[in-house]
Design a protein around this ligand. Structure first.
Ligand code: NDP
Length: 497
């Protein structure tokens, strides 16, 4: 890892990169070595105004196209993304620390696939003809909302933008994206590729800068019709509060503290493998990560042993090395937070079974690395089992009966996802019905597809990403009634006579 070039990126407004109106910039660093990789425009409220104006100006032209044309533009974009797979993957890895094998094999292909999926399903969206009576035609049409503010977190910097952007664009909206400050670069590059794909200038804009200033200005902006937000629950609550002044709709994909419930009859080898993926994919920086693992008492020892053995071999190191599966976390303050939770888990009496510290290898000395960490003898009331650590740290606790397992899984303010591991599918389905979450996996954890809806309940938010359901999030359903006879035979006419 040698010294890298520190390139300048502007915000992306009206089809070009522009400097912030105040001329200020902020730095983006590579978490693998702490070196600056980019300076980025630090936008102001005036830049938010500019971006919203550009999106509003592009709106009528984009919304006025037949859906087939918008769909074709998304298909071109999908192809262009794959043509830039190596470039986008390397940029994502350098700003985020996610291993190149994941950014090449997961993030970029899934971004391309998401545009492809929405290009297809949008063409099948229809309204309804409503059977009000023989004297009228009554029907619904779906209209775009206008300018959508897309505010996204750092854990999957590109994919979280794409999930919302694809659905919002194909339904005829235009967008202003506010990407996370630690990882904004791929969003800017993606916006350039949108223009290259023939999506009109101004339809996709990216404003860069702090959430508290430009993010909040976007939420407050009267020209923004809806906010699509993914991020922390506390930020989501603040966004609801700010948006309420205009009764503005917000979609909220928030945090999670997801349970794996492993029953005594489960295939423990499969459950241990599932726990490795659920806990350490993307270094556990996943809203749906399996950070609370509940195992029925009689299988606890066996599960803990197999989980630890399977996680032991995960290579932590330079994320640009194709052999690496765990890179650094994106920034130093985040590693500090993870370390505080590990200290608190030890203090509260959990047993450290694996990891728990910074790896001690020459290649990890300059970056924000943290080992995959497993605690045993955890309980649901320990701080690290209650809060979203959002790092490679999982705790294993026990339960006596399936009812207790479900009760423990539900004992959290979050409601995003959970998994149940059992050979008895009837019992598994019964427990799935009782889990208060948006997604339940049986004998799997962390399986997401374009075709399946994603979103939580309780304090994990509301609204959906992905699947055909998300199209409804970005349209307004208008009812149109046409009197076709003029005859005064309708139900309410007699009331005034
Ligand atoms: P944050 O909530 O801190 O930030 C998310 C985005 O909101 C960033 O772009 C941030 O900008 C911006 N922001 C911050 N404050 C405000 C504000 N007052 N008004 C408007 N925008 C604001 O989340 P993280 O980036 O830390 O992401 C991690 C969180 O995301 C976790 O809780 C995780 O569970 C959740 N998440 C949920 C998913 C789901 O599908 N349910 C999926 C992925 C992640 P800036 O970066 O400049 O601070």
């Amino acid at each position: 890892m040698g010294t890298t070039e520190c390139k300048h990126y502007g915000a992306y407004i009206g089809g070009e990169q522009v400097d912030a109106s105040g001329g200020e910039t902020f730095e983006v660093t590579n978490p693998a070595n702490g070196q600056c990789i980019a300076t980025v425009a630090k936008c102001t409220e005036a830049d938010v105004d500019r971006a919203v104006a550009a999106a509003a100006a592009a709106g009528p032209g984009w919304a006025g196209l037949p859906v087939s044309e918008r769909s074709k533009a998304l298909l071109r974009l999908s192809r262009i993304i794959m043509e830039h797979q190596e470039e986008l993957a390397a940029l994502e890895t350098s700003q985020h620390g996610s291993p190149i094998r994941k950014t090449m094999g997961f993030d970029v292909p899934l971004c391309a696939e998401t545009f492809e999926y929405f290009a297809g399903i949008a063409r099948a969206m229809t309204g309804d003809v409503l059977p009000v009576g023989p004297w009228a035609r009554s029907f619904t049409v779906k209209e775009p909302l206008g300018v959508i503010g897309v505010i996204t977190p750092w854990n999957f910097p590109t994919l979280m933008v794409v999930w919302k952007l694809a659905a919002a664009l194909v339904t005829g909206n235009t967008c202003v994206v506010k990407p996370p400050s630690v990882c904004p670069l791929t969003s800017i590059r993606l916006a350039e590729l949108c223009t290259e794909a023939g999506i009109p200038a101004g339809a996709v804009n990216v404003i860069t800068g702090s959430g508290e200033t430009v993010g909040e200005a976007l939420v407050r902006h009267p020209g923004v019709a809806k906010i699509g937000f993914t991020g922390d629950t506390a930020t989501g609550k603040r966004i609801m509060e700010v948006a309420s002044c205009q009764a503005k709709p917000v979609g909220l994909e928030l945090g999670g503290k997801n349970a794996m419930v492993v029953l005594a009859d489960a295939d423990i080898d499969a459950a241990a493998e599932g726990a490795v993926f659920g806990s350490f994919f993307n270094s556990g920086q996943v809203c749906a990560t399996s950070s609370r693992i509940f195992v029925q008492e009689s299988r606890y020892e066996e599960f803990a042993e197999k989980f630890v053995a399977a996680a032991k071999g995960l290579r932590v190191g330079d994320p640009m090395d194709p052999a690496t599966v765990i890179g650094p976390v994106p920034f130093g303050a985040h590693r500090d937070k993870i370390e505080r939770y590990v200290a608190s888990a030890k203090k509260e009496g959990a047993t450290l079974l694996l990891g728990g510290g910074r790896p001690d290898t020459p290649e990890t000395q300059d970056g924000y690395y943290f080992e995959p960490t497993i605690f045993g003898n955890a309980t649901n009331d320990m701080e690290f089992m209650r809060d979203e650590v959002f790092g490679p740290v999982s705790g294993i606790a026990t339960f006596a009966s399936p009812e207790e397992g479900v009760a423990l899984a539900n004992a959290t303010p979050y409601g995003l996802s959970a998994s149940v591991w059992t050979e008895d599918l009837r019992l598994g389905l019964n427990l799935a019905n009782q889990l208060q979450v948006g997604t339940v996996w049986l004998n799997e954890h962390l399986m997401l597809f374009c075709e399946t809806p994603w979103g939580g309940c309780k304090q994990s938010g509301y609204g959906k990403d992905l699947s055909t359901m998300v199209l409804e999030e970005y349209v307004h359903t208008k009812h149109i009634y046409i009197d076709t006879t003029g005859a005064q035979v309708k139900p309410w006419y007699g009331i005034l006579k």
